[in-house]
Design a protein around this ligand. Structure first.
Ligand code: PLP
Length: 376
């Protein structure tokens, strides 16, 4: 069993992906070839955003969004510490200060009710993360941002395709930034990412920043980066779009089946999905005590697992200057409990049953005080 099954996906899409790659090899426009514009148009249509700008990675998407906002050194950006490092890393790289706000214990997303207390005259933006595939509380975050004149950048690296109040992740705020890292819900075969915005001026800024700040060839109007996405990687994503809607459907079904089968296990916490949104289950993550033992037992039973993430950014040395260690107690506690189970659109029912049985046995063995009540 694989943690993320990309082999079955490739086998199903081989004719589409191979033909797409071959076409690039034939025309030879490896940088900014026709597939780049074609993918941008397809993703803008899919998300409902006015503009899509493909970029070199999800990290680059976040950095370019921040650079496009013309932030000044020392400006503050409010974000969550319960995320991959790229979120806060890009804030620091843009010369700003990350201000960490703790998370909701049931969704693991930023707790919007704690944001306003952290706003200062230096606050310029909020960067929520739509973690594990579920969009953060964007309506509330957008309302706070509007009251205080802040930009909102959704780190949608894990939520491409997710719905929130009937609209798609990435098209919900000033900028949406996603990643096409191979194991994300929509992945390429290397690094890639995309930025989304409805704002013509910000879209133009992002396009210029992507190519070293050029407004015309060798006219460097602003500071930029080398941030383009390869034509070949755009071709791979175009090939994968052929069954992306089907994959979203499968992810929803597999996620709902996990929720149902695991509901009877005591000693196990689950991520809550709010009624006005769904999850694309970039990760299917549960909470357990004595995680190392549970993970070892699952490993011995042939079930691969992962931890997203073992240490929140408020406890990471590189960000110590921006936060006191106990500023985000919920994040610190959950980082010791979260455990991600195998998840992909091609996870078979038999494999999923195997995961549930192994987890049930592991809980019974490691948490005897809370006997696993039900076996699926
Ligand atoms: C994967 C990820 C990123 C970075 O994306 P890359 O394409 O790997 O650079 C940023 N934020 C979150 C929450 C992610 O999961």
């Amino acid at each position: 069993m694989q943690f993320t099954d990309l082999k079955t996906q490739y086998a199903a899409l081989k004719p589409d992906i191979d033909a797409r790659i071959q076409r690039v090899l034939d025309h030879g426009q490896y940088i900014m070839g026709p597939e780049v514009k074609e993918l941008e148009a397809a993703l803008a249509t899919f998300t409902g955003a006015r503009h899509c700008i493909t970029v070199a990675s999800g990290t680059e998407a976040l950095l370019i969004a921040l650079m496009a906002l013309d932030l000044q050194p020392g400006d503050e950006v409010i974000t969550t510490p319960f995320t991959f490092a790229a979120t806060a890393e890009t804030i620091v790289l843009a010369g700003c200060k990350p201000v960490f706000v703790d998370i909701e214990p049931d969704t693991c997303n930023i707790d919007a009710s704690l944001i306003e207390a952290k706003i200062t005259p230096r606050t310029k933006a909020v960067m929520p993360v739509s973690l594990y595939g579920q969009v953060a509380d964007m309506a509330e975050i957008n309302a706070i941002a509007a009251r205080h004149g802040l930009a909102v950048i959704e780190d949608a690296a894990q939520s491409f395709g997710a719905l929130y109040q009937g609209r798609r992740s990435c098209a919900l705020s000033t900028f949406g930034a996603t990643s096409f890292f191979p194991s994300k819900p929509l992945g390429c075969y290397g690094d890639g990412g995309a930025l989304f915005t409805d704002d013509d001026r910000l879209a133009q800024a992002a396009r210029e920043i992507r190519v070293h700040g050029q407004s015309a060839r060798y006219t460097h109007t602003r500071l930029g980066v080398g941030g383009r996405m390869d034509t070949l990687q755009c071709a791979v994503v175009l090939g994968k779009l052929v069954r992306f809607e089907w994959e979203l459907q499968r992810r929803a079904e597999i996620g709902a089946r996990y929720q149902r089968l695991l509901a009877g296990l005591s000693g196990l916490g689950q991520v809550t999905v709010r009624p006005d949104r769904d999850s694309v289950w970039a990760q299917f993550t549960v909470m357990v005590d004595r995680r190392a033992e549970v993970q070892a037992a699952l490993g011995a039973a042939g079930v691969p697992t992962a931890v997203h993430y073992p240490r929140p950014l408020n406890l990471q040395p590189a960000y110590a200057a921006h936060c006191c260690p106990d500023c985000c107690p919920v994040s610190s506690r959950l980082a010791e409990q979260v455990l991600s189970l195998p998840m992909s659109a091609d996870l078979s029912e038999a494999d999923q049953d195997g995961v549930v049985h192994a987890l049930s046995d592991a809980l019974a063995a490691t948490q005897p005080s809370t006997q696993a009540r039900a076996r699926p």
